[in-house]
Design a protein around this ligand. Structure first.
Ligand SMILES: Cc1cc2nc3c(=O)[nH]c(=O)nc-3n(C[C@H](O)[C@H](O)[C@H](O)COP(=O)(O)O)c2cc1C
Length: 199
C-alpha cells in the first residue's frame, strides 16, 4: 500500500474488536517510531504512556467521556503527556541538547509567559500524534485520536509528576460493524483548491 493509499484507508475508528490484539513486535515498532518524532530544537517536551493492562484501561475509560468504549475495547491506549514543570524541562534540555539549542530556548522561549511556553510544548506533542497516526495507517493498524479525555483525572490515575496528559490515541483493530468505516462513512475533506495553494 502506498502512503497515499494508507491515508485513504485510515479513519477514526469508533468501535474496536476487543478480541483482536496488536502483535507485540508491531507495538514495539510504534513505540520506536513515536520516540523518533521530530520537535522544535529537538526539545521533546513529552513522554508517552502505552496502556495495555485491562484494569488500568477501564479506569482511564471512565475518565474519557464519550470515548469510554473505544478505550475499553482497543488493544492499547497511547497517552500523550506534555511536560508540566519548567525546571524539569530545563534540566532535561541542559543534559541532552547542544548549547546553541539551549541558548535558543533561553533567548526566545523562556521570556514568554508560562501559558505561551505551554502552547509551544503542546504544538510539539500534537506533531507526534500525527506521526503515530500515520505509522498506524501504514501498518494497517486502526487508531482514534481523542481529545475527549479528562487530563487531570488521567494525571491522578497514572501518578504523573511533572507531566500532564493532553490527548490520547486508541490503537487496535476495528469491529467489523463499525459504522465509521470508509465504505459506510466516506472521507469528508475540504476541496483541494480550498486548502492548498500552489504558486
Ligand atoms: C486532535 C484530535 C482530537 C480528536 N478527538 C476525538 C475524540 O475525542 N473522539 C473521537 O471519536 N474522535 C476524535 N477525533 C477524530 C476526528 O473527529 C476525525 O479525525 C475527523 O473527523 C476526520 O475523520 P477521520 O479521522 O476519520 O479521517 C479527533 C481528531 C483529532 C485530530
Amino acid at each position: 500500500m502506498s502512503f497515499l493509499e494508507s491515508m485513504q484507508w485510515r479513519y477514526s475508528t469508533k468501535r474496536y474488536n476487543p478480541s483482536k490484539k496488536v502483535a507485540i513486535d508491531k507495538m514495539e515498532e510504534l513505540k520506536e517510531i513515536l520516540r523518533l518524532s521530530p520537535s522544535s530544537i529537538n526539545s521533546q517536551p513529552w513522554n508517552f504512556t502505552f496502556v495495555n493492562d485491562a484494569d488500568l484501561k477501564d479506569k482511564l475509560a471512565a475518565a474519557s467521556y464519550f470515548n469510554e468504549h473505544k478505550i475499553k475495547d482497543c488493544d492499547t491506549l497511547v497517552i500523550f503527556n506534555r511536560v508540566d514543570n519548567l525546571e524539569l524541562f530545563e534540566e532535561q534540555i541542559e543534559n541532552s541538547l547542544p548549547d546553541g539549542s539551549v541558548e535558543y530556548y533561553k533567548d526566545v522561549l523562556k521570556p514568554l509567559s508560562k501559558k505561551d511556553i505551554t502552547t509551544w510544548f503542546d504544538k510539539q506533542v500534537y506533531l507526534s500524534i500525527g506521526v503515530l497516526l500515520s505509522a498506524c495507517a501504514q501498518m494497517k493498524i486502526d487508531a482514534t485520536p481523542m481529545e475527549g479525555i479528562d487530563g487531570v483525572k488521567y494525571n491522578e490515575i497514572l501518578g504523573h509528576k511533572g507531566y500532564h496528559s493532553i490527548v490520547a490515541v486508541a490503537v487496535g483493530y476495528r469491529d467489523e460493524d463499525d459504522s465509521n468505516q470508509i465504505d459506510r462513512s466516506p472521507k469528508s475533506r475540504l476541496p483541494m483548491e480550498k486548502v492548498v495553494t500552489s504558486i
